[in-house]
Design a protein around this ligand. Structure first.
Ligand code: CUA
Length: 326
């Protein structure tokens, strides 16, 4: 039933002053918010109303002495005022969990537009597919977007009110947001986590293109990156300069360490049991703490490699480019 509710074009319990709904998760968020808002308003009115009524109606009067001993307990009443809130909280839990899961995982089979987002004091940087970097985020209406967030200094939070989306960018780890923008146009990204002097100025536009052709035209104009290397170039450079190539081939030949070819996105078994998917978090851990999860059949001979945030993002992008095949 909750899933069906989220498919409705507009929430039944909308709160009027909210901005336009411009992403696939916005309606679900507004359902949860509207439900919580009107539920709170109802109980506020009920409790305040009864308080005033009882104060007036049962006030102390000489004609009505207090009963002795005064009543202190009623099992039915206590069950009622425990049971009803419990049921309401479970409804909220189910509804908001559904919305949260929609925000963190892509629909199976969708080829999302992946953008690497870097937050730093006090600006945003967006690396788009094909290597185009920009201070603006560019997306396509109707195409799922996957943002992978990193921070080079402190915690920031990417917030777009029209998308009803907010996700922290945390130093030392990757976070992710998955959604589909639904309305073409330009919206504003805000930083929603206090990060120092210019926190309030840490904003950037997000441009939602009406179609892929419009996005491609933007991505092709004016060269790949405004003054710098693309993430793929950074990754290749790190691979050569930091000596990765001594142990990790990129053509599938096993060396001292596993080949990088085709390793991305697959589930691999570890030495000593267990397995995990090779994703952003795995790659970061394997660079910072190589002994944590060693692939089965290999020995841990790798020293920790101190890399900057952008270099780790570059290695992730490079590994993604090394698909299996001819
Ligand atoms: Cu970045 Cu607040």
């Amino acid at each position: 039933m909750i899933t069906a509710l989220h498919r409705l074009p507009a929430p039944l319990l909308a709160v009027g002053y909210l901005p336009e709904r411009a992403s696939s998760v916005a309606t679900g968020v507004d359902h949860v918010f509207g439900f919580l808002f009107w539920l709170s308003a109802f109980f506020l009115a009920l409790i305040l109303g009864l308080t005033v009524l009882f104060v007036v109606r049962y006030r102390a009067r000489p004609s009505r002495p207090a009963p002795e001993p005064s009543p202190d307990h009623d099992d039915r009443l206590e069950l009622l005022w425990t049971g009803i809130p419990l049921a309401l909280v479970f409804v909220l839990f189910a509804a908001s969990t559904k919305v949260y899961l929609d925000m963190t995982s892509a629909e199976p089979g969708a080829a999302p537009l992946r953008v690497d987002v870097t937050a730093r004091r006090w600006s945003w940087w967006f690396d788009h597919p094909g290597g185009k970097g920009a201070k603006e985020l560019h997306l396509v209406a109707g195409r799922p977007a996957e943002l992978v967030l990193a921070s080079t200094d402190v915690i920031h939070s990417l917030y777009v009110p029209e998308f009803r989306l907010k996700q922290d960018a945390v130093p030392g780890r990757f976070t992710r947001m998955v959604f589909t923008p639904t309305v073409p146009g330009t919206f504003q990204i805000l930083c929603a986590e206090y990060c120092g002097t210019n926190h309030s100025g840490m904003s950037a536009p997000v441009v939602v293109h009406p179609d892929q052709a419009s996005f491609d035209a933007w991505a092709a104009e004016g060269g790949a990156v405004a003054g710098g290397e693309s993430l793929l170039q950074v990754g290749k450079r790190v691979y050569d300069e930091k000596g990765c190539s001594g142990c990790h081939s990129v053509d599938g030949t096993p060396g001292v360490g596993p080949s990088f070819k085709g390793i991305w996105g697959k589930v691999h078994a570890f030495q000593g049991g267990g397995s995990a998917k090779v994703d952003e978090a795995y790659v970061r851990e394997s660079i910072v703490n190589p002994g944590a999860k060693v692939l089965a059949g290999f020995e841990n001979l790798m020293p920790p490699i101190p890399l900057e945030e952008r270099e780790i993002q570059g290695v992730v992008t490079y590994l993604q480019s090394l698909k299996e095949g001819p």
